[in-house]
Design a protein around this ligand. Sequence first.
Ligand code: ME8
Length: 645
Amino acid sequence: MGTFYLSTPIYYVNALPHIGHSYTTIVADAIARYRRLSGDKVFFLTGTDEHGQNILQTAEEKGISAQEQADDVVSHYYELWRDLGISHDDFVRTTEPRHHAGVADIVARIDAADDFYVGKHEGWYCPSCETFYTEKELGADKTCPDHGRPTEWKSEENIFFRLSKYQEPLLDWYRSSPGPVQPATRSNEVMRFVESGLRDLSVSRAGLPWGVPFPGHEGQTVYVWLDALTNYLSALGLGGAAGEAGLLEEYWLSGAGPRVHLVGKDILRFHAVYWPAFLLSAGLPLPTTVWAHGWWLRDQRKVSKSVGNIVQLEPLIDRFGSDPVRYFLLRDMVFGQDASFSDEAFVDRFNSDLANDLGNTVSRLVKLSRTAYDGKTPPEACGDNPIKSAAEEAVKGYREAMDGFAFHKALSHLWRLLSEVNQYLVAREPWKSIGAGNTDSSVSRVLWNGLEGVRIVATGLLPVMPQVAQEVLAAVGTTDVPSDLSALEWGRTPLSVPLPESPQLFPRVDKKVFFSTEPDSAAVAKQQKNVGEEEMTDEITIDKFFETQLKVGTVTAAAAIPKAKKLLKIAVDLGEDEDRQLVAGVAEHYDPEDLVGKQIVVVANLKPVKLMGVESRGMMLAGSADGRPILIHPDSAVPPGTPVK
Ligand code: ME8
């Protein structure tokens, strides 16, 4: 059994948590749960960053103390993490004495390495990110390149850290294998930044009363990032009494297991440049991985308090429970890239993946099995069959994806298995036999295979939807919650055990009702009302229109279909894991080679059909001029999968 250390950033307490903070923490939780199920001994750390000018200012504006401000916001974090089922092992606050001890320890180590000196610090300072910028880094009117807010000129005597000394050691670290900074594109950015030359870093502030006093330098406070980054070790016991340092040795100093920092790309520089440089200076081991994920966007901009476009998850959690929210966030963002949040996207995902694919499959199988076998699971299992091989393939893909933090992919492997189960049931039609009173061994095997497929999907869902996964397992006859991933092996659905009546796991959401009652979605509701007021016979509501998912795709291959004069078989990249295969009646007007590389608009949620024996999973849009198809292309190139609205 190996150890696995995992941290989220510690979040500022000047504002309440939003989708971004929840996202990183949910990702970390899914990893922690997955590693525990894989047999690792996990230390999963989160917490709050409570010092600095920003927090002091927020508190002053409210007429309360900085500590009161911190206590208030922390209580919201505690509550939200509980509601989201976050299974952290520790929660560190930078105002805790144990953290102060850790900061004192790292400062002493860096000092002993002679890496501090006193100097004059001047520059353009953004209080929101507590960072100095050079003139050329600033936006228009000397605004912060990240927050877009005005910066202020500061000039003061500070303590400096010899960051420049660590340029080469850092570059060696980035180049070491496997790359410690992930994903690779971010690693390249960091390397370019470091290669362009590192300036020494001011690591103290003069006259800032809310922070850790800089040991040996009266009037100076430890720079909030040196303070904050040290949380990763102070929580393990750095600077604590020797007897308390067991965790530090086990998870960090021994260098035995992975040490992973999960961060948003906004704070990569602090984690991939400053933090490892501090550690190198302090003579402490480096993290094994710094993983920077992308941003949740709303209206094309990063969700953040300073932009003023925050999304809070509480209303969705209240309405749907935390697991569907966790599922959505992990499924809809390609880990590492940006993703846009909208209520519509959430409801669509809920209806299609959870209500339809998962919920309906469970209830269909449970109903059939209960009817055929007197309220029990089937009496006979099945050894070799198409669902078994589909399950083995799905599990392999799932594990590889989870090991590589590709959560969207891991989930799509599980959903492919669900779809195989459904296709299998449709092909075998067990309901016909059951309706005719036949419940022989072939029916038993078909239903058992289906239940077993769902059991494996639910087992894979344990890290992502811990509660729902247990409910699904119980619904398909497995009441003992698996304690490790050996439960992903084929063959464990018990025979002839009582099967409770299937609960309705995910009641389908009527979008019309949802958007007309949810306060968050006032704009959409208003739009619908306007449409409704002028309703005419052949008009549809916007809601109806949005039932059709239109996406831009890039054609990657096209070929004629033998014996089908009018049809072409076309592969389209829709930004999904695999290209989609479409069959289109355009062969008389387009040559296959003319289509490859073109961008087209595809109806992405059409039920699959077979045309001349070839499966078509979608339809491409074309104008129809006297029966001649004219393909529709976007005005300029867009990423595959871009929605059309
Ligand atoms: O930066 N999309 O705290 P913070 C995705 N205290 N993730 C987002 C996000 C978004 N739109 N917005 C925020 C700090 N996050 C420091 C960290 S660590 C030693 C100190 C997530 O409250 C993401 O993980 O501003 C990002 O890095 C973090 O919240 C920033 O949280």
